[in-house]
Design a protein around this ligand. Structure first.
Ligand code: MN
Length: 480
């Protein structure tokens, strides 16, 4: 098919005649084709990329959004063409309708077309947030991939890390005197330390020892959505609250060791949880690990995260004594002091973070149990606990005979049965002769008053199991 001005052009040499040549665009300035990326919070969060083409918007649904990094391609599913008017559509598609959910314009602009076939579309996007050369290529049926061909828009772009081990606090006393004003103080939340990796509207949760906790807390999927297109690594504590609104490690037990989605759903109603966020380690292509505490907190607060199952409690600068007293009054575990200029040191127990506790807690390995008496005859009476010595052997530390509620007794009974063995796992000093032994792969959290000279724990009371610590890592004094 010839262009409309072919004949006019063919008959003339525009280097020689003063007549006007045809403009490259017969209609004058043909506007560059437009594009839009819409953030679509439907049943599954995704971003819709739409390109103006032949009077319609060719569309792809991109579950993880337009990739910022050429190293990572994202799936893009070809969807039906949309009318041009959709370029500016924002709003809520009511429940029960196709694509129900909210649609927001994430970015819009123009693009240059470099190639368009039914299996490959190469474009240069000129938006506010999305820029640069990209290629969409078809892999199978409606499945395409989108690849960024340009280097990352931000030259210092750092991809989302796979894993950051949480920074840990040392046990200590509150900084006083002149030091006080250099420290922030936070409530110590009695739950399970959890690192959250957010990308493409999805959140992955991981425990201290690298267990995937994502399926355990379905209510936190919404937090992934709330973070939208941000790439972020969050640090915080997953907690459950008791009837008085206090964080309760015991309550959280009901969210562990669940088999199957139905059990998880039921537990969600019975034991609701909250993700208490207190640090931000990575944001949108930038590591924040070397930033001071105050800058990381500012960035975290800037995300405006507040939802039904997540919160960012304020920290207090100075005046730790008042917060510690308030915590004691409310029956809370204690506070954590963090130096305002401290960087984040993954996996390290740093002197720049200090935990100051009202109660003493320890994590200990369960190596056996003693049958009870009275109404607990034949059932669990006391746990036999220990810790690993420097040479790696398991040392007996005493028995834990209180702190069990009915749910804990049932749960422990089943778990201990599965682990029964005849030989003692303890080396050296042994527990009473009536002891039943188990494989030492469960870790119990206990509250106690003190350790004796012979490293026996005094007045321990059971608080719950923890699966965020590997038994092999539990040593003396095993302070949680
Ligand atoms: Mn959509």
């Amino acid at each position: 098919m010839g262009e409309p001005l072919d004949a006019y052009r063919r008959k003339r040499d525009f280097a020689a005649t003063p007549e006007p040549g045809p403009s490259p665009d017969p209609a004058g300035e043909a506007p560059a084709p437009r594009f839009v990326v819409q953030e679509h919070s439907a049943r599954a969060m995704h971003w819709d990329l739409r390109l103006e083409r032949d009077g319609v918007l060719a569309s792809w649904a991109v579950p993880k959004g337009i990739p910022p990094d050429p190293k990572r391609n994202h799936l893009a599913v070809r969807t039906e063409d949309h009318p041009i008017e959709y370029l500016t559509f924002e709003g809520t598609i009511p429940e029960g309708n196709y694509g129900a959910g909210t649609m927001k314009v994430f970015d819009t602009g123009t693009y240059e077309l470099e190639k368009w076939s039914d299996r490959e579309v190469m474009i240069v996007l000129h938006g506010e947030r999305v820029r640069g050369r990209h290629v969409l290529f078809r892999t199978r049926g409606k499945d395409w991939m989108i690849h960024r061909m340009d280097p990352p828009a931000d030259p210092g772009y750092v991809p989302l890390p796979e894993r950051i081990e949480p920074m840990l606090a040392r046990a200590g006393a509150l900084p006083g005197g002149e030091e006080e004003s250099r420290w922030a103080v936070e409530i110590k939340w009695d739950g399970v330390r959890t690192i959250g990796y957010a990308e493409g509207g999805r959140l992955r949760l991981e425990s201290r020892n690298g267990n995937d906790l994502t399926p355990r807390y379905p209510e936190l999927r919404e937090l992934g959505r709330a973070l939208g297109a941000h790439e972020a690594v969050l640090d915080g504590e997953v907690v459950a609250f008791d009837a008085e609104g206090r964080p309760s490690f015991q309550r959280l037990q009901g969210r562990m060791h669940l088999a199957g989605d139905r059990a998880v759903r039921r537990a969600m109603t019975e034991n609701p949880i909250a993700y208490v966020l207190f640090d931000l380690l990575h944001l949108d292509g930038r590591s924040l690990l070397d930033e001071p505490y105050t800058a990381r907190r500012e960035a975290l607060e800037g995300l405006g995260l507040a939802g039904p199952h997540w919160q960012v409690p304020a920290y207090h600068a100075g005046d730790g004594a008042a917060l510690l007293a308030a915590a004691r009054e409310r029956g809370l575990e204690g506070v954590v002091a963090k130096r305002l200029d401290s960087p984040y040191t993954p996996g390290r127990r740093s002197p720049l973070w200090l935990k100051v506790k009202n109660v003493r807690r320890a994590s200990l390995v369960i190596g056996g149990w003693l049958p009870g008496e009275g109404n607990r005859t034949g059932r669990l009476g006391a746990l036999l606990v220990g810790f690993h010595d420097d040479d790696g052997s398991l040392k007996y530390a005493g028995r834990v005979g209180t702190g069990f509620d009915a749910a804990a007794l049932a749960r422990l009974g089943a778990l201990l049965d599965e682990r029964a063995r005849s030989a003692s796992p303890f080396s050296g000093r042994q527990p009473p002769r009536t002891a039943r032994f188990v494989e030492p792969d469960l870790v119990a959290e206990v509250e106690y008053t003190e350790w004796t000279q012979s490293r026996t724990i005094r007045h321990p009371s059971y608080k719950g199991l923890r699966d965020d610590l590997d038994p092999g890592d539990v040593g003396f004094p095993a302070d949680g």
